[in-house]
Design a protein around this ligand. Structure first.
Ligand code: ZN
Length: 167
């Protein structure tokens, strides 16, 4: 396994709409393992493939509330959602910045596992929020895109003051 460099805002790969995974081979397994290692090394609870420069619909998540539990989602789709909840978020691709946005409270996600089999999860709390954040990444959407225009302007000001992220 290897820890991969995490792409930082405004790397254009973070804005690409990811393509679906079609081949379930050792290359995919390697990527999944490397993504998990990268997520743990960065103390993240989720990581999406574009964050390591791969424009494919893959995310790994471990919200580890009770037991550390690594989950892999390939070609995930939110098939149901309900409720509304404020969510204070950060992102490994936008280090040091946190802000509160709105998310659905509960989501149902359908995805494939690494063998290509379909599974479905119903998630709430942090798990639901993390799934929404990571699946956004696969569509080229970042959590700052959910900020109000005013807060978005404040973020830009903050980033200008901070200076660009280094690789
Ligand atoms: Zn993120």
């Amino acid at each position: 396994m290897a820890k991969l460099p995490v792409r930082k805002f405004p790397d254009p790969v973070l804005r690409e709409k990811c393509g679906p995974v079609e081949t379930f081979d050792s290359e995919l397994f390697q990527l999944l393992d490397d993504m998990a290692e990268t997520m743990y090394a960065e103390n993240g609870i989720g990581l999406a493939a574009p964050q390591v420069g791969v424009s494919q619909q893959i995310t790994v998540i471990d919200v580890g509330e009770e037991n550390p539990n690594l989950l892999e989602f390939i070609n995930p789709q939110i098939v149901a959602r309900d409720g509304n909840t404020p969510s204070e978020e950060g992102c490994l691709s936008i280090p040091e910045y946190r802000d509160t946005i709105k998310r659905s409270e509960r989501v149902t996600v359908r995805a494939l596992d690494r063998t290509g089999s379909t599974f479905e999860v119903e998630a709430d709390d942090l798990f639901a929020i993390c799934l929404q954040h990571e699946i956004d990444h696969l569509n080229g959407v970042l959590f700052i895109d959910h900020l109000s225009p005013l807060k978005r302007a404040l973020f830009k000001k903050w980033l200008k003051k901070r200076g660009p992220y280094e690789e």
